[in-house]
Design a binder for this molecule. Structure first.
Ligand SMILES: [Zn+2]
Length: 154
């Protein structure tokens, strides 16, 4: 990937994927095709999305991009170390990787389905399947090393 990050935003109205420079993502962006306003939740990259039991299927399993899912809980100290790293990765890999955060306390269905025994756990999904599972608060460089084989253009 070259230069400034470009964020892919899918228009809810017409389905067009819009390419928005990451430094413009706080502006009121509109769809290039139908002019409908684009919502922050539509970003396919750039900022982590909040994943829940309810939207897991749509946000993670049906994502056209690989997904890094940060499974965390508010009481978990190491999770607070990983969280800003995950935010950085979301920014740096916008357009190539989607990043989500899932509170395991509030979303027991996903947590038990993927047998998340300790947190933080980072699950890497590709085409709806887990291709890697990173347990514990690893340094950013190690997380990136684990991600690279699964992500195009990185
Ligand atoms: Zn549109």
């Amino acid at each position: 990937m070259s230069g400034a990050n470009v964020i892919l935003v899918k228009c809810k109205n017409c389905g067009t994927m819009n390419r928005i420079p990451s430094d413009k993502m706080n502006l009121k962006a509109r769809c290039g095709r139908c002019k409908a306003p684009l919502e922050l939740n539509d970003f396919a990259g750039g900022v982590p999305v909040t994943v829940t039991d309810a939207n897991f299927e749509m946000e993670v399993r049906q994502s056209p991009l690989p997904v890094l899912l940060d499974c965390w809980a508010p009481w978990c100290g190491p999770c607070r170390m990983v969280s800003p790293i995950v935010d950085e990765i979301a920014r740096e890999m916008a357009g190539a990787l989607k990043v989500g955060k899932l509170n395991v306390d509030e979303n027991p269905m996903v947590a038990s389905k993927y047998r998340i025994m300790s947190i933080p756990t980072l699950l890497v999904f590709k085409n709806g399947r887990v291709v890697d599972q990173i347990v514990g608060a690893l340094p950013k460089a190690q997380i990136l090393n684990r991600l690279r084989p699964h992500i195009p253009y990185s």
